[in-house]
Design a protein around this ligand. Structure first.
Ligand code: GLA
Length: 675
C-alpha cells in the first residue's frame, strides 16, 4: 500500500505550458496524489448556470496519464462573485452586524438555502462528469469548513436558528427554563423574539451562546451532508473533508462519523519550540477521530506560511521530521499546501513544493528525497510494514466540544484555555513514552487502563456516570473544571462535581480560588503568581497555575496539598482506590515538570509499563506504530539510539546509531521480514 505523497494542485493559476513541467516534476518527486479544484468554482461556473469543464477534463487526463491519483474537490469552498451580486443575502454577517464582502474567500452564510442549492448543483455536475474518471481516488468536499466563517448572524441564520430551537425545545417555556432567562429579564414570549447572540451591551446568555455554537456546527455539517448525499447517489469512491486540528468551532466527533477517511491540515509554527509536542497532540486527535484508523495529512507547509505576522521557515530536515511524526501517529499520506508556489494572490509568499526559485533549491531537494523515501517505505511488508497499521494505546484523554465552548465563555472564574489544559496532560503522558488517544467522555472506555478527564466543564449526567463507572475498573484522573455544570450550563449545586462522580472520587469542591494578578482596571494584565504545592504525588514541592479550589475530602487519600496563602493546607491531589480501579482528582494545573511526575506516578499505579527510552536526548519523540518504533530527534543536539533492531530508512543496525537534529529512524525487529 502507498503512503500518499502530494498536495493541493492549482494549475488554473498557471498557463497550460507549465502543466507539462508539473507532470515531469511530480514524477521526479514521486507525487502520487493531487488535490484538485478546491478553489475552482469561479472557473468551473464563470456565469450562473454556465459551466466550463474543458480545462479540468484535460487536467485529469494528464494526471492520469502520469500516474498521479486525484483527490477531486467539489469546489464549493469559495463562491464566485456573481453569487453575491445576484444574492447579496448569501454573504455572511458578523456578530457586530458587518456583512462580509467578496474578494477574499469562503464568503457564504452556511444557512443560506441559495448557497446550498448552488453548491449542490455544482457538485452534481462535477460528480456526474467525473465519477467514472479513472484518476479519481477520493472526493474532497468543500474545504476546511468553518475556517473563516463558522458563525453567521444574518437574518437568514436567525430564522434557521429559531427553527433549530423550536425543534430542540418545542415550547418557548422550555427554552426559558434551559436558558435560565429568569435572569436579567431575558424571558421570551415566543420563538420569534429570539435571535442569534449578536453584539449586546454586556455578557450574553451563556446557554444561548452554547446553543448557537451547537447550531453553527450543525449548519456547517448540514452543508457537508448536502454535498455528500449528491456524491453517494452516484459514486462509491471514498469521501473526506479536511479538518483543522483542534478547531474550536467544529465538533469533529460529529463529523468524523460521516467521512470515509479523516484528513487534517496542520501548520505548526517552526519558530515555536512547543510545536512538535503540540503537533503530536493534533495527530493523535486525528487518529482518535477515526477510531484508530489511518488518516491523511491533507495539508502542511513545505516551509514557511504567509499568514503569521512573521513566518519562520522550516529548518533543514524539519519538513521531513514533521512528516514522519504524522506517519508515526497514524497517517497513511503526507500532502502539502501547495504544489507550485503561487505567483500572484495573497498566498504568493506561502511556500510550495516547487518554490519561486525553482528546483535548484534546498527545499526541492528535500521534497524529492522525502518522496523517494516514502515510496521505498510503502513497499515494505511484514514487521516493517507501516501503512494500514495502528498505534496501540491504553491511555486516553477526554475531549468534548461542549465543554470547550463552555469553559472559555466570559464571566467565568478564570480564563482557562481548554486546549492548553489538554495539551499539558497530553504532553506529560507522551513525554513518558506513552501513546495517548482522545475519547468522548460518553464513549466506551473499557479498552483503556487510564483515562484523564481535564476541564470537562459541561458534563451531562450520562457523561458523569460513564466516567464514574470507569473508575471502578480503570484509573480515572479528573482535572479541575470538570462537571461544574450540566449540559445546559446549570451549576451542579451542593458542591461541584455531580454524583456519582463525587462518590467515585471521594471529594467535592467547596469554592473556586484561581490565582489572580492585581487587576485594578479589569484590563486582564499581569501574570498570576504560581501556587505552591507539595506532597508525594509530585515527589516533593511543585507549583500550580491557572486554577485552584477549596477541595473537600470525604473518602480519599490526600497525596498533595497547597502550601501557602488562603489555600495553605487544603488538598490539591487526591486518590480514592477501589478494588480494581482508582479515582484521582487534581485541583490545579501543575507546571510541566510536576505534571510529568504526577502522570508517571498515576501511570505506574495504573499498571502501565513505561517504555525504556529508545535514545539519548531530551527532545526525542518515540512512537510505536504497527511493528515499528519511530524515533524523531526534535532537539538541537545529536541523539544516540539505544534499542536493537534495523532502521528501515537506512538498513543500518539501530543500536548506537546517531540521529542528528531533525533525524528520523524507523526501527523494526531485525528478525522481521522486509520487502
Ligand atoms: C488552509 C487552506 C489552504 C491554504 C492554506 C495556507 O489550510 O486549506 O487553501 O490557504 O491554509 O496555509
Amino acid at each position: 500500500m502507498t503512503i500518499w505523497y502530494g498536495g493541493d494542485y492549482n494549475p488554473e493559476q498557471w498557463p497550460r505550458a507549465i502543466w507539462d513541467d508539473d507532470m515531469r516534476l511530480m514524477n521526479r518527486a514521486g507525487i502520487s496524489l493531487a488535490t484538485v479544484g478546491v478553489f475552482s468554482w469561479a472557473r468551473l461556473e464563470p456565469r450562473p448556470g454556465e459551466y466550463d469543464f474543458g480545462w479540468l477534463d484535460e487536467l485529469l487526463d494528464l494526471l492520469h496519464a502520469n500516474g498521479v491519483r486525484v483527490d477531486l474537490a467539489t469546489a464549493t469552498a469559495s463562491p464566485p462573485p456573481w453569487l453575491a451580486r445576484e444574492h447579496p443575502e448569501t454573504l455572511p454577517v458578523t456578530e457586530d452586524g458587518v456583512r462580509l464582502s467578496v474578494g477574499s474567500r469562503q464568503q457564504y452564510c452556511p444557512s443560506s438555502p441559495v448557497y446550498r442549492d448552488r453548491a449542490r448543483e455544482l457538485v452534481r455536475r462535477v460528480v456526474d462528469r467525473y465519477a467514472d474518471h479513472p484518476a479519481i481516488e477520493l472526493w474532497h468536499v468543500n474545504n476546511e469548513y468553518g475556517c473563516h466563517v463558522s458563525h453567521c448572524y444574518c437574518d437568514v441564520s436567525a430564522e434557521a436558528f429559531r427553527g433549530w430551537l423550536r425543534a430542540k425545545y418545542g415550547q418557548i417555556d422550555e427554552l426559558n427554563r434551559v436558558w435560565g432567562t429568569a435572569f436579567w429579564s431575558q424571558r421570551y414570549d415566543s420563538f420569534d423574539e429570539v435571535s442569534p447572540p449578536r453584539a449586546a451591551p454586556t455578557f450574553r446568555n451563556p446557554t444561548q451562546l452554547l446553543d448557537f455554537d451547537r447550531f453553527s456546527n450543525d449548519e456547517l455539517l448540514a452543508c457537508y451532508r448536502a454535498e455528500v448525499e449528491v456524491i453517494r447517489a452516484r459514486s462509491p469512491i471514498p469521501i473526506t473533508t479536511n479538518f483543522m486540528g483542534f478547531f474550536k468551532a467544529v465538533d469533529y466527533w460529529a463529523w468524523a462519523r460521516e467521512v470515509d477517511i479523516v484528513s487534517d491540515d496542520t501548520y505548526p509554527d517552526p519558530a515555536d519550540p512547543e510545536s512538535p509536542a503540540y503537533a503530536a497532540m493534533v495527530r493523535d486527535l486525528m487518529r482518535s477521530l477515526g477510531g484508530g484508523a489511518p488518516w491523511l495529512l491533507m495539508e502542511q507547509a513545505p516551509s514557511a506560511v504567509n499568514w503569521r505576522r512573521r513566518n519562520a521557515v522550516k529548518s533543514p530536515g524539519q519538513m521531513r521530521a514533521w512528516s514522519y511524526q504524522s506517519v508515526a501517529r497514524g497517517a497513511d499520506g503526507i500532502l502539502f499546501f501547495q504544489w507550485r508556489q503561487s505567483v500572484a494572490g495573497s498566498e504568493k509568499f506561502h511556500s510550495g513544493l516547487v518554490p519561486h526559485s525553482g528546483t535548484d533549491t534546498r527545499l526541492w531537494r528535500e521534497v524529492e528525497q522525502l518522496g523517494q523515501e516514502l515510496a521505498a517505505l510503502s513497499a515494505r511488508t511484514g514487521d516493517a510494514a507501516i501503512t494500514g497499521t495502528r498505534v496501540p494505546s491504553t491511555v486516553a484523554i477526554t475531549l468534548d466540544w461542549d465543554s470547550w465552548w463552555a469553559i472559555e465563555q466570559p464571566a467565568s472564574p478564570a480564563d482557562v484555555s481548554y486546549v492548553r489544559t489538554l495539551f499539558a496532560w497530553h504532553r506529560a503522558l507522551t513525554s513518558l513514552g506513552l501513546a495517548v488517544d482522545f475519547v468522548r467522555s460518553d464513549a466506551d472506555l473499557s479498552g483503556y487502563r487510564l483515562v484523564v478527564a481535564p476541564a470537562h466543564f459541561a458534563a451531562s449526567d450520562a457523561q458523569v456516570a460513564n466516567l464514574a463507572s470507569f473508575a471502578e475498573t480503570g484509573t480515572l484522573v479528573v482535572g479541575f473544571g470538570t462537571a461544574i455544570t450540566d449540559e445546559n450550563l446549570h451549576v451542579r449545586l451542593g458542591g461541584y462535581l455531580g454524583e456519582p462522580l463525587r462518590s467515585a472520587l471521594g471529594v467535592w469542591i467547596e469554592e473556586f480560588a484561581p490565582p489572580a494578578a492585581p487587576d485594578l482596571q479589569n484590563l486582564g494584565i499581569g501574570t498570576p503568581p504560581p501556587l505552591a504545592l507539595a506532597g508525594e504525588a509530585f515527589g516533593g514541592a511543585a507549583t500550580g497555575t491557572v486554577w485552584a479550589e477549596f477541595l473537600r475530602v470525604e473518602d480519599a487519600e490526600i497525596l498533595a496539598t497547597f502550601t501557602e496563602g488562603a489555600l495553605g493546607g487544603w488538598p490539591v491531589v487526591t486518590r480514592r482506590a477501589t478494588g480494581a480501579g482508582a479515582g484521582w482528582y487534581v485541583a490545579t494545573l501543575p507546571e510541566p515538570d510536576a505534571l510529568r511526575r504526577l502522570a508517571e506516578r498515576v501511570a505506574l499505579e495504573a499498571g502501565i509499563d513505561l517504555p525504556a527510552p529508545a535514545a539519548t536526548g531530551e527532545q526525542v519523540e518515540t512512537v510505536r506504530r504497527g511493528g515499528s518504533l519511530f524515533v524523531i530527534n526534535h532537539g538541537e543536539e545529536d541523539a544516540e539510539l539505544v534499542v536493537e533492531g534495523t532502521d528501515a530508512l537506512t538498513g543500518a543496525p539501530a543500536a548506537g546509531m546517531r540521529l542528528a537534529p531533525q533525524g528520523v529512524a524507523i526501527i523494526y525487529p531485525t528478525s522481521g521480514t522486509s520487502g
